[in-house]
Design a protein around this ligand. Structure first.
Ligand SMILES: [Zn+2]
Ligand SMILES: [Zn+2]
Length: 285
């Protein structure tokens, strides 16, 4: 149980029809609630040992767990990424059930909480569905080798790995379109859920993949800080991309303490663009 690959669910239409229906939003789509469980970069905010104005800010919006979102329809709860703060995020939001985890990439700030999936599998007595591309799956099998052992130690998490590519798939009743983005030289998956697109670790997106994002009503993009960075969009780069894609509303995530205090940065942003913060939620009908 939980050690093999299982087939991912078949789409309701042939793939090209599905994509074209999907991009024009004619596919019936369940109402969604998106909750930001974390909006911080890999070190979190505050960062250990730092006395800067952001790390010592009393504003709750300057407390940022590592980036993750919960995507929920009335029937399905999906988690995008399980970083080092995963356990605290589940407790804070009183999440008692997850249908699946979808992973963007294998960096530790996105997978370090996967051991705590054991709480969910303890109650359900079945492996957690984990959607990941081949690079990320290899990392999960390497870093959580004990979850794939033939004779598991009692109490280990169980994962049912579901291989994904850049092709759309169904997770529960939620259609998902993966969007390939680049994190320096590392391929990372962003995900489009109907009118909402979530991209957490990128500094470049190929033109063909941008077409998958266009038409979204809200996009989430990573914006690490104001200064340029080798593998993350800067604040200006993220704003420029929102404008280029002509998406009316955007929330910025994966934020470093170097970006500045939430309240200060908010006043500098153009209309329609905001910083995400932990606990922010959005609903789509
Ligand atoms: Zn700091
Ligand atoms: Zn990250």
């Amino acid at each position: 149980m939980g050690t093999g690959k299982s087939e991912i669910r078949k789409l309701p239409f042939p793939l090209p029809v599905f994509i074209s229906h999907f991009l024009h939003l004619t596919v019936s789509f369940p109402p969604l609630k998106i909750t930001f469980l974390g909006s911080g970069t890999s070190s979190g905010v505050p960062m250990i040992g730092c006395d800067c104005a952001v790390c010592t800010s009393p504003d709750k919006k300057d407390k940022r767990f590592r980036s993750s979102i919960l995507v929920q329809s009335p029937a399905t709860s999906l988690l995008v990424d399980a970083g080092p703060d995963f356990r605290c995020q589940m407790l804070k939001h009183k999440v008692k059930h997850l249908d699946a985890v979808i992973l963007t990439h294998s960096h530790k700030d996105h997978i370090a909480g996967m051991d705590d999936i054991k709480a969910f599998t303890y109650f359900t007595k079945k492996p957690m569905d984990v959607y990941a591309d081949s690079f990320t799956e290899a990392a999960i099998r390497r870093e959580y080798y004990y979850a794939f052992a033939d004779n598991k130690y009692p109490g280990t998490p169980e994962f049912a790995m579901k291989a994904i590519t850049t092709e759309p798939f169904l997770a529960g009743d939620i259609p998902v379109i993966p969007v390939l983005v680049w994190h320096l030289k590392m391929p990372v998956l962003g995900f489009r859920f109907g009118k909402f697109t979530y991209i957490t670790d990128a500094n470049f997106i190929d033109e063909a993949e941008k077409d998958k994002i266009k038409g979204s009503e809200i996009i989430v993009l990573n914006a690490l800080r104001k200064e340029k960075h080798v593998s993350h969009f800067s604040l200006t780069e993220a704003i420029d991309l929102v404008r280029e894609l002509e998406i009316p509303a955007a929330y910025l995530t994966h934020i470093s303490h170097q970006l500045g205090r939430h309240q200060d940065v908010e006043t500098e942003l153009p209309p329609g663009i905001h910083l995400a913060y932990d606990g922010l939620f959005l609903t789509f009908n």
